[in-house]
Design a protein around this ligand. Sequence first.
Ligand code: AMP
Length: 212
Amino acid sequence: MNLVLMGAPGAGKGTQGEIISERFELPEISTGSVLREAIKSGSPLGEQVKSLIAQGKLVPDEIINQVVKDRLSQADCAKGFILDGFPRTLAQAQALDAMGVTIDKVLYINVPDQVILERLGGRRVCEKCGETYHIKHQPSSAGELCEKCGGKLIIRADDKPETIRDRLATYHQSTYPVVEYYRGQGKLLEVDGTGNIEAITERTLRVLEDEE
Ligand code: AMP
């Protein structure tokens, strides 16, 4: 199964993606994580995208398309994959088609803007391993530190209030049309992404297992 996860920033794509990845034994490819790793390592790609990401702007299609093409050609993607954060523009969706990649299903995690603003404002991530927390809804049992690796919890560079608003606007303008693109192809599975993580996981797995 080749699956795409869609939804606004903070909709829960990363959280649900990790669970789906384990349940269906498919690699999860998060373009945001790939880019953040590149920034951390100081690679040429990282240098190229660093300031765009901090400003909450999209990385140019040509750059991200190449990143995804390289990743999907690796052996672990042969039996299927989960894409999180790509495609984010219609041009990226078309690039995927042009690569000859068939998308079977698109899981759209639907969350209203008000909920997104509250979630992103309270999001904290481990600076070392990238694990995600929320100060209210999913605090770390280790306080200011990551309960998995002991790393320091920080606010993502693009989770600042003014950047969050810009990212949401970009989502509505450039990414939501991709949801409609896949709806038109009859590939969209829609899940209510409000409520706690367990409830959303239950709905998500039910929808995906119905498809199996
Ligand atoms: P995410 O972790 O998915 O929220 O991605 C973080 C940031 O990485 C985004 O705000 C963009 O700057 C960049 N990014 C990730 N995926 C894409 C993509 N498919 N197209 C363009 N930029 C992307």
